[in-house]
Design a protein around this ligand. Structure first.
Ligand SMILES: Cc1ncc(CN)c(N)n1
Length: 224
């Protein structure tokens, strides 16, 4: 079982080589060793600010798709953590670089961003709570995995604040809680042997597609 839960570990394994293509992407390695150009980083952050708006909408949709109060509580808390926590990182770093919140609000959304966020929202609109969680999981837990690795492996890099945010105890707790939510939500709906469910393959596919879209997002970051 992975640090982030049993189902996440299975979905991650089913994604095969797509997973390391995401978590070890050249953009990530550039954050780690400091070789990523600042223009790429800022371009990524501006797009990621827009991403987090839609991502918050997707977690808000999860509140409406939940079956239990505990599930609702988790999803509602994630909306708050995104808006009042993670997005502040983007606002703060961009402000230091002379990019105001007003600039962020009127930035043009790149097509790779649009593809990813609308894919996640569609998973929730056309599917159920599990479809939505499978599409959301690579985003939350992938950054936790990246942050934890970069904390151990980072060289001299100007991107330490970014690394520290995703390596932080707070963010790691968010990832572990998301993994536990996925485990309990899958057990509740598909029982103790979810791999035997006719839905299993399509849940794995949703997870893998979201992971491919994460790879595309890093790639976009490298082409301001
Ligand atoms: C594209 C993307 N994926 C994941 C995360 C982490 N919440 C993020 N900020 N941006």
């Amino acid at each position: 079982m992975s640090d982030y839960g049993s189902i996440f570990g299975k979905w991650r394994a089913a994604a095969g080589e797509t997973w390391p293509a995401y978590t070890h992407h050249a953009f990530v390695e550039g954050l780690r060793d400091g070789s990523l150009p600042q223009a790429s980083f800022l371009h990524y952050l501006v797009q990621d600010y827009i991403f987090l708006i839609h991502f918050s909408r997707a977690w808000a949709l999860a509140v409406t798709k939940a079956d239990t109060i505990d599930e609702m509580r988790h999803c509602a808390a994630t909306v708050n953590a995104l808006i009042d926590g993670e997005m502040k990182l983007h606002i703060g770093i961009c402000a230091e670089a002379g990019i105001s919140e007003a600039d962020l609000a009127k930035a043009e959304e790149r097509i790779e961003n649009l593809a990813y966020t609308r894919f996640v929202l569609d998973a929730g609109h056309s599917g159920d709570f599990l479809d939505l969680l499978a599409a959301l999981a690579p985003c939350v837990i992938g950054y936790g995995e990246i942050g934890a690795r970069l904390k151990e492996a980072a060289g001299e890099t100007p991107y330490q604040q970014w690394i520290d945010t995703y390596a932080s105890d707070d963010f790691q707790e968010v990832c572990k809680a998301a993994g536990a939510l996925i485990d309990s939500a899958v057990a509740r709906r598909l029982g103790d042997h979810p791999e035997d469910s006719p839905r299993w393959t399509s849940l794995c596919d949703r997870f893998t597609t979201a992971t491919r879209l994460e790879v595309g997002f890093w790639q976009m970051g490298m082409t301001p």
